[in-house]
Design a protein around this ligand. Structure first.
Ligand code: AMP
Length: 979
């Protein structure tokens, strides 16, 4: 008992407040002996003489402890103290047991027993249920022997703290037990706990609370989730250590676009800030030239007029369009032909970008407008995507006006229709004429001659006109009244065959001014063929052709059928020179048949401009077209001057096919830009009532205009009109467009008496046929205007358009008279096939009638081409003298008189009936006032008499005079052409 008293003092003096207080969140306590304010109820075995419970009051609180000190008892002590049932968390497979205890030094006991021990044992037992007071030692497994670090001698109180781990717990709960084997030990505190890693957010990933450690695990792998508005490619991971610490986070969560990290959350960017992608970056302030963004913005939108290139980063500011290049200059390249260097300086404002490129385009401009140069000029290093500020342009033709445009583009130009363009117009001129300097005979035989010549300078496209003829006398060598042959050559040599042996020929060669250089001097020579029989070897070179000449461009054998003046017989002259222009320009661009587009609407969009119907005001019906009425109207486009227009409408109830056919005329017209082609202003297609809007031609259709002004225009005026029509037709033929319905009714006249070709309804394109012709097996053919081959086998070509042009010439010169008068189509075809042709209209200049006859050559290859026609008409207009000679006129065939028509053969019953028949009724009063009231009196009248009664217009005067002439002629015939 002495010992027991000692023991009590020993243990009651312990400062209990110092016991361990678990760290919050890191430990989960399952059992805490010292915190229990009541008796613990632990099981002692044996119940007597083993462990004992003591209690003490510390700071007013009651504390319990257990002690045992059987050091002087017999050996073989085996005293057990077992805890109550400790419930376990399923994840807590491993618990910590922290013991605070005091062990007495065995030596401190007088006559220390040999059995005294200084250690005790810790045991554990798994169990699914609380087994109450039943206790079996063999259910326990030993966890550890607990030895104190310091033992307490007499008067000392050294508290030891030891922690042990109990592992592999698998049942719902467990018991701990303390075995004493003969020590003097007091157990002050037993604390059982497990550790946890608390729920945490690391690097924007949230990890759940996790029990530390596990079966043989020091680190527990834990998967987490990114916080709201954060993402990660891989699932974030982290490890929870045995000690309840998080270590080694793996994977990175980042805030998504429009959000940035603010502590452990992703917050939307503030207004005026943006974040374009998933990153750990902060939101950035909106860059230059952007509008302030809204909250959570991924990008800041550009201000108006500023753009971002597709490759621009959202962090880059928006950029403006570049201004146009400046200081555009063209310099010729010395000692070259047709080459210039174009240079410019970068735009003053690059729009804040460094990706500027330049794009050069070129147009050739003349009176009829501008067309793209396309591949007719070459650029070095190229024409697009230039980064340098100069380009070498070659293959320029002299005297052509070129307009070069340089456009500055940057990565944002694609977003605007505005073009930063500077243009400059230039043309190359030769001041010295291209001259033929020498001409020589290279070879000759009895029927051929080879000639060559030299020129004063090298040019890109030289062309030569060679004329030759037999020398048959003195005097002018190539004057009117002679017959000669004209060759247009591209080489400076020629071989001419089929000449007469031992005959002198005159040759004249002149450089043709294709480059508009001053007209060259003429070189003339006389060469004579040999007298010998033709040498087989030599002549074979000629290959039986009339002419061989390398790259011969064109051979025009012009036999000037000069009907020499029939001295004394007539005062009228024969036809004047028929001149064929050497000009043969390549087509500038080719017409595209709208029917080649699968969807005809594509052609309409491509070639026409859409007009809003509210901009079109219809004023008055002026005609009836194939598809509906034609109105005069006004086109009011905002920002443009009001324009008088013709508005073609599509009548209601049309089919889709009719609509397409109607609009196809616009698709065709829209491709043409020429002074003498009716100009398309635009179309209305997007609204119910489709319309075609063209320029307004005040004087309407030419046939009617001519009839209304019969005899009121001079030959020069009429030829001027024809010249305009031929220029329009030249333009169409250059574009490989065949009109197929050229007639005066399809020519429109404006207030300046300018004629323009219209009516493109029947048109067809020339396809890739080597002859450039197109045949078709359908369509109506206007017989009187159509060439025989087009009627016979539908061979419509520009040559058949030339035939029709001949008919238009006749219509014009006859003031709108119907070609072939009242003959039936069948009679017309028969007559044409029998080689009859329309006679010259009254008062028609001989040269003009000769040109008509050329247009009506049966062999279409012999007909002049439109460039030739333009050139001939130009020449006639330039020398009014050439129009003076009037073609032979036969009133019997040119004026249809009832008395000669054979309808009843009866003479006119009155003067007014006669005047009406020749469409001169307006002069009835003049005749009656002058007392001319019977046909007998009429037949007595002379030209002078007619003028005296007041018929002043030369055309009318002639018509009346010729009619009287015809009435007098007893040999009037029914046959129009048998003259
Ligand atoms: P179209 O359908 O082209 O044959 O036109 C029928 C008629 O409308 C023509 O004969 C002209 O009298 C008149 N017309 C057509 N287009 C115009 C225009 N641009 N200017 C004046 N009148 C026109």
């Amino acid at each position: 008992m002495e010992y027991r008293g000692f023991k009590c003092i020993l243990f009651f003096n312990i400062f209990i407040n110092s016991i361990f207080i678990s760290e919050q969140n890191k430990e989960e306590v399952l059992l805490d002996m010292s915190a229990s304010g009541s008796e613990l109820g632990w099981l002692k075995w044996p119940d007597e003489d083993g462990w004992e419970m003591a209690q003490t009051v510390v700071n007013g609180s009651l504390h319990y402890n257990y002690f045992v000190c059987n050091v002087e008892s017999p050996a073989g002590q085996d005293n057990w103290l077992r805890t109550t049932f400790i419930q376990r968390q399923p994840t807590a497979t491993r618990v910590f047991v922290e013991l605070r205890f005091v062990v007495r030094d065995c030596n401190s006991f007088n006559g220390a027993s040999l059995t005294c021990k200084e250690t005790f044992n810790l045991y554990a037992s798994d169990s699914d249920v609380d087994i109450g007071t039943s206790f079996r030692k063999n259910h326990f497994r030993k966890v550890a022997t607990i030895a104190p670090d310091e033992i307490s001698r007499v008067g000392e109180l050294k508290i030891n703290t030891e922690t042990r781990v109990v592992e592999n717990l698998s049942r719902k709960g467990f018991y701990l037990a303390f075995q004493d084997i003969g020590a003097c030990v007091a157990l002050y505190s037993v604390r059982v706990y497990y550790k946890i890693c608390p729920a945490t957010i690391k690097s924007l990933a949230a990890f759940p609370e996790t029990v530390a450690g596990g079966d043989k695990q020091n680190l527990r792998k834990v998967a987490g989730e990114c916080v709201e508005n954060a993402v990660s490619e891989d699932q974030p991971l982290i490890y929870c250590t045995v000690d309840g610490e998080w270590v080694v986070p793996v994977g990175q969560c980042q805030c998504r676009a429009g959000y940035a990290a603010a502590g452990d959350v992703c917050q939307g960017c503030q207004p005026g800030f943006f974040k374009a992608d998933v990153s750990s970056e902060a939101c950035q302030q909106c860059p230059a030239n952007t509008q302030p963004s809204e909250a959570g913005a991924l990008i800041c939108p550009c201000q108006d007029g500023y753009y971002r290139a597709p490759t621009d980063l959202p962090s880059a500011g928006c950029s403006g369009l570049p201004s146009e290049p400046v200081d555009l200059a063209v310099t010729t390249v010395p000692s070259t032909v047709g080459k210039v260097t174009m240079s410019w300086s970068p735009p003053e404002d690059a729009g804040g970008r460094s990706d500027l490129t330049y794009h050069v385009t070129c147009e050739r401009c003349d009176d009829s407008g501008c067309v793209p140069c396309e591949d007719r000029v070459r650029y070095e290093p190229g024409s697009t995507d230039l980064t340098d500020t100069s380009v070498l342009v070659s293959q320029l033709e002299p005297s052509v006006n070129y307009t070069f445009s340089v456009e500055a583009r940057s990565g944002v130009s694609q977003f605007s229709n505005q073009r930063a363009l500077s243009s400059i117009t230039t043309s190359l001129h030769y001041t010295d004429p291209l001259k033929v300097t020498t001409m020589q005979l290279d070879e000759r035989s009895s029927n051929s001659l080879s000639l060559s010549w030299t020129v004063s300078r090298k040019a890109a496209h030289n062309r030569y006109q060679l004329m030759y003829r037999k020398k048959d006398g003195e005097g002018e060598t190539f004057s009117s009244g002679t017959t000669y042959t004209v060759l247009i050559l591209e080489n400076n040599w020629v071989q001419i065959g089929e000449l007469a042996p031992a005959t002198a020929y005159l040759f004249r060669v002149q450089a043709v001014n294709v480059d508009n250089s001053p007209v060259s001097d003429i070189m003339e020579h006389e060469f004579t063929t040999t007298a010998e029989a033709p040498n087989q070897g030599n002549t074979s070179v000629i290959l039986g052709a009339a002419v061989g000449g390398g790259a011969m461009l064109l051979i025009v054998v012009v036999v000037l059928l000069i009907r020499k003046r029939r001295r004394g017989s007539h005062t009228r002259q024969g036809p004047e020179d028929t001149y064929f222009s050497p000009e043969q320009l390549k087509p500038l661009k080719t017409y595209v048949d709208p029917h080649t587009y699968e969807d005809p609407n594509t052609a309409v969009h491509k070639f026409t401009k859409e007009i809003h119907p509210s901009h079109v005001t219809k004023q008055k019906v002026i005609g009836a077209g194939e598809f509906g009425e034609v109105y005069r109207g006004i086109l009011k486009v905002p920002g443009r001057k009001d324009l008088a227009v013709a508005v073609k409408t599509l009548k209601p109830g049309y089919s889709e096919k009719q609509r397409q056919d109607f609009l196809s005329e616009a698709s065709i017209m829209g491709q043409f830009t020429h002074q003498n082609i009716i100009r398309l202003e635009g179309v209305v297609t997007k609204f119910k009532h489709a319309m075609i809007v063209t320029e307004y031609m005040e004087n309407g259709a030419l046939d009617k205009y001519l009839k209304d002004h019969d005899g009121e225009m001079s030959s020069t005026q009429l030829v001027g009109m024809l010249r305009g029509i031929s220029a329009g037709m030249k333009y169409l033929s250059d574009m490989s467009y065949v009109h197929r319905d050229l007639a005066a009714r399809n020519i429109l006249v404006n207030c300046n008496m300018e004629c323009k070709v219209s009516d493109f309804g029947l048109s067809r394109v020339l396809e890739d046929d080597p002859e450039g012709t197109y045949t078709t097996s359908g369509g109506k053919i206007p017989i009187r205007w159509t060439a025989p081959e087009a009627i016979a086998y539908r061979k419509f070509t520009s040559a058949s358009d030339v035939w029709s042009f001949g008919i238009v010439m006749w219509e014009v010169m006859a003031f709108g008279e119907r070609p072939y008068w009242d003959m039936s189509n069948h009679e017309v075809m028969k007559a044409i096939n029998e080689a009859f042709r329309l006679p010259a209209p009254m008062d028609c200049p001989s040269a003009v009638y000769q040109l008509m006859l050329q247009c009506w050559q049966h062999d279409r290859s012999k007909r002049p081409r439109f460039p030739d026609i333009v050139s001939i008409l130009d020449k006639l207009l330039k020398s009014p003298e050439s129009l003076k000679a009037i073609a032979d006129f036969d009133p019997r065939v040119s004026i249809r008189l009832p008395s000669t028509s054979g309808s009843d053969g009866s003479p006119f019953r009155s003067v007014s009936e006669w005047l009406e028949s020749i469409k001169m009724s307006q002069y009835s009063e003049n005749f009656s006032c002058a007392g001319v009231v019977s046909m007998e009196q009429v037949l007595q009248m002379k030209s002078e008499d007619i003028r005296n009664i007041g018929v002043r217009l030369p055309g009318h005067l002639k018509r009346i005079a010729y009619s009287i002439l015809g009435l007098k002629d007893q040999t009037s015939t029914l046959s129009v052409f048998a003259v």
